[in-house]
Design a protein around this ligand. Structure first.
Ligand SMILES: Nc1ncnc2c1ncn2[C@@H]1O[C@H](COP(=O)(O)OP(=O)(O)O)[C@@H](O)[C@H]1O
Ligand SMILES: [Mg+2]
Length: 260
């Protein structure tokens, strides 16, 4: 039977965002598997829907595959085709550089390029032949909670926390829709950590950004995440709301939560 749609439904579909047909899901992960050279399963048939415009936390014991999982989402390794979809499109079908602009990533330790903070922020757009104005650079710095005094500083003059915010501004210059964060604050002091957390929450609220963050801090997850997935031995064993973490049922999950 042909699907029936009334006019109101048609209108809703048409007025939905560009890829509204995929509902609220930004990234779909389907049977994502990675086997190491030594035939060890690092990720084992991971299935997950990452909702649009939320902060999803990823936690789990070290070695459970969190970084490997995150790195598949912007093809830092090549997942099997059809196993990661962005707005319903197989990421393997996309140009890898434009995918990485759409799906930006930050690591535990920021690596700044030579030159000034402004040079770093201009880097991505420059690769595409676009020169950001001073005003645009200042806006991006402000977005990452850096005042205008940072504009001309060099990487060597910055604390790790400041450098991480510059790395964030540099990523934001590519106007990403998704941010992947791999323990972005684990090398930072509590104040810098809070700065980054505030920026992430603002990006979600003001820009509807989708954020996937690996963290070993349960407290951090509870402060900012909307949903948490627990990865153990390359498998997602639970998906929970942050305030339900103590109710996780998997035995490894319990151990992990008690120790962290
Ligand atoms: N490219 C690789 N080749 C072989 N083994 C890897 C590779 N990358 C990660 N591993 C292994 O996969 C497991 C998961 O690693 P990782 O994703 O870094 O875990 P986590 O981030 O949760 O600590 C570890 O046992 C690690 O040694
Ligand atoms: Mg890791």
């Amino acid at each position: 039977m042909a699907p029936f749609r009334d006019e109101a439904q048609e209108h809703l579909l048409e007025s939905a965002p560009e890829n509204g047909h995929h509902g609220g899901v930004k990234i779909e992960v389907r049977d994502l598997t990675k086997v190491s050279d030594k035939d060890v399963r690092i990720l084992n048939k991971v299935n997950l829907d990452i909702p649009r415009g939320v902060i999803m936390g990823v936690i789990g014991p070290s070695g459970s595959g969190k970084s490997t999982f995150l790195r598949a989402l912007n093809r830092l390794w090549e997942p099997a085709s059809g196993s990661v979809l962005l707005d319903g499109v197989d990421i393997c079908e996309l140009d890898v550089l434009s995918l990485r602009r759409k799906v930006g990533m930050l690591f535990q330790l920021p690596v700044l390029f030579e030159g000034t903070v402004a040079d770093n922020v201009r880097y991505g757009p420059q690769l595409r032949g676009k020169k950001l104005s001073d005003g645009e650079v200042h806006k991006l710095l402000a977005l990452a909670d850096l005042d205008s005094s940072f504009y001309g500083k060099s990487g060597g003059e910055l604390s790790v926390g400041q450098a991480q915010r510059v790395a964030l501004a540099r990523t934001l210059a590519n106007e990403p829709e998704v941010l992947l964060l791999d323990e972005p604050t684990s090398a930072l002091d509590p104040i810098s950590t809070q700065n980054i957390e505030d920026v992430l929450v603002r990006l979600k609220k003001d820009r509807g950004m989708t954020i996937v963050m690996v963290s070993h801090s349960i407290k951090q997850i509870q402060r900012i995440a909307d949903v948490v997935c627990l990865l153990v031995n390359g498998e997602i064993v639970e998906i929970l709301e942050p305030n339900q973490l103590s109710e996780a049922k998997h035995p490894m999950a319990q151990t992990f939560l008690q120790l962290s």
